[in-house]
Write a protein that binds this ligand. Structure first.
Ligand code: SF4
Length: 331
C-alpha cells in the first residue's frame, strides 16, 4: 500500500496511471476584445505505464506526440492535470515543492540539449558539485570535490578538465557532463529526454553505452524518450508508442519489434534506419490532428492506411493482444 492506500507493485520504481496534461494557449488583448474562446492544448491524454526497477522503459513517437511533456510531468517540472504518479511506492502527484525535495534527489532528468541545460558561466566542477551540496549528498565542499572528481572520471574526464566551461567541450562531452550532474544526487531513476538526438551518430553509441554501464553501476532505472526506434531498440526492455498524446501500443521490446500490430508502430519501424528485419514500408499521408481539437475516433485515423468507418467515430482502447497492449479496431 502507498500513501493513498492504492496497491503498489514493489517491482516498479514508477507507476503512471491515467496521466493527463493540458495547456491553455496564450490569450492576448486582441483575443479578449474579439471574444475568442480560450483554447486548450491536450498534450497528454490518459497515459498509463510502469517502469520496473533496473529497467529501461522508452516512450517513442514523432515530435509533438507528448512524450517529452509526459516525462516533464512525471518529474514534476510540470503539474499534472489529473492522473496518479507513484514513485517508489509514494503518491507524488500532488506533492508540494517542499515535499518534492527528497524525491528530486532520487529522480533526475537528462535533457536533449546539453548546452542549453548547462550554465555557461559555471565551471564543470561547480555544475556537478552544486546539486550535490544543495541536496546534502556531500557534507562539505571538500567531500563534494572528491565525489565530483570520481563522477567526472566515471563519465570519462580527467581531473584538470573540471576547471573548464561548457563551451570548451563537444556536444557528446557536454551530454556526459549532464549525466554526471544528474548522478550527483545519487538518484535511482533518470528520465532521459532525447539524450542522444542532438549528437552525431558516431557519438550516440558512446553516450548510450555509458548510460547502460551506469545503470549497472548505480542500479538505475530509466525512462527513455526518443523519436527514433532504432536508438531505443538497443537500450530498452519495454516501450510505449505515443501518438497525439495517447499510447497506441505498449509492451516488451522483442514482441513489438518482431511483430508490430498498430499501423503507426508499423510505419515508425518501416522508416527506422538500422533495422535488419523486413517490414513493408507503410506510407503515411494526411496531417496529424490538432491537439486542440482531438478527434472523437482513433487519433491516428487521418493518416492510417487501414482506416475503417468505425475508426472515425469510436476511439479504440488499449487491449491486451499477443503479449502487448494495442489500441486499434483492427484487433
Ligand atoms: Fe487505423 Fe482504425 Fe486502427 Fe486507428 S483504429 S490505427 S484508424 S485501423
Amino acid at each position: 500500500m502507498n500513501n493513498t492506500g492504492k496497491m503498489h507493485d514493489p517491482k516498479n520504481i514508477l507507476e503512471v496511471s491515467d496521466l493527463v496534461q493540458t495547456f491553455t494557449q496564450p490569450y492576448g488583448i486582441l483575443d479578449r476584445l474579439t471574444g475568442r474562446p480560450k483554447k486548450t492544448v491536450h498534450a497528454v491524454n490518459g497515459v498509463s505505464f510502469s517502469v520496473r526497477r533496473g529497467e529501461v522503459f522508452s516512450l517513442v513517437g514523432e515530435s509533438g506526440c507528448g512524450k517529452s511533456t509526459t516525462a516533464r510531468t512525471i518529474v514534476r517540472l510540470l503539474e499534472p492535470k489529473s492522473g496518479t504518479l507513484l514513485f517508489d511506492g509514494q503518491d507524488i502527484t500532488k506533492f508540494t515543492p517542499a515535499e518534492m525535495m527528497p524525491v528530486r534527489k532520487k529522480m533526475q532528468m537528462i535533457f536533449q540539449d546539453p548546452y542549453a541545460s548547462l550554465n555557461p558561466r559555471q565551471r564543470i566542477r561547480e555544475i556537478v558539485m552544486e546539486p550535490m551540496l544543495f541536496h546534502r549528498e556531500a557534507a562539505d565542499r571538500e567531500e563534494a570535490h572528491v565525489k565530483m572528481l570520481r563522477l567526472l572520471d566515471i563519465v570519462g574526464f580527467r581531473p584538470e578538465q573540471a576547471d573548464r566551461y561548457p563551451h570548451q567541450f563537444s556536444g557528446g562531452q557536454r551530454q556526459r557532463i549532464g549525466i554526471a550532474r544528474a548522478l550527483a544526487t545519487n538518484p535511482t531513476f533518470l528520465a532521459a529526454d532525447e539524450p542522444v538526438s542532438a549528437l552525431d551518430v558516431s557519438i550516440q553509441a558512446q553516450v548510450l553505452n555509458l548510460m547502460m554501464d551506469l545503470r549497472d553501476e548505480f542500479n538505475l532505472s530509466y525512462l527513455f524518450i526518443a523519436h527514433d526506434l532504432s536508438v531505443v531498440r538497443h537500450v530498452t526492455e519495454r516501450l510505449g508508442i505515443m501518438y497525439l498524446g495517447f499510447i497506441v501500443e505498449q509492451g516488451e521490446r522483442d514482441r513489438i519489434f518482431e511483430k508490430p500490430l498498430h499501423p503507426y508502430t508499423q510505419a515508425l519501424l518501416a522508416v527506422a534506419p538500422t533495422l535488419d528485419r523486413k517490414i513493408a514500408a507503410v506510407p503515411l499521408s494526411g496531417d496529424v490532428p490538432s491537439p486542440i481539437h482531438l478527434p472523437v475516433g482513433c487519433p491516428f485515423a487521418s493518416r492510417c492506411p487501414q482506416k475503417m468507418s468505425i475508426c472515425e467515430t469510436n476511439r479504440p482502447k488499449l487491449r491486451i493482444l499477443d503479449g502487448r497492449a494495442v489500441a486499434c479496431h483492427l484487433y
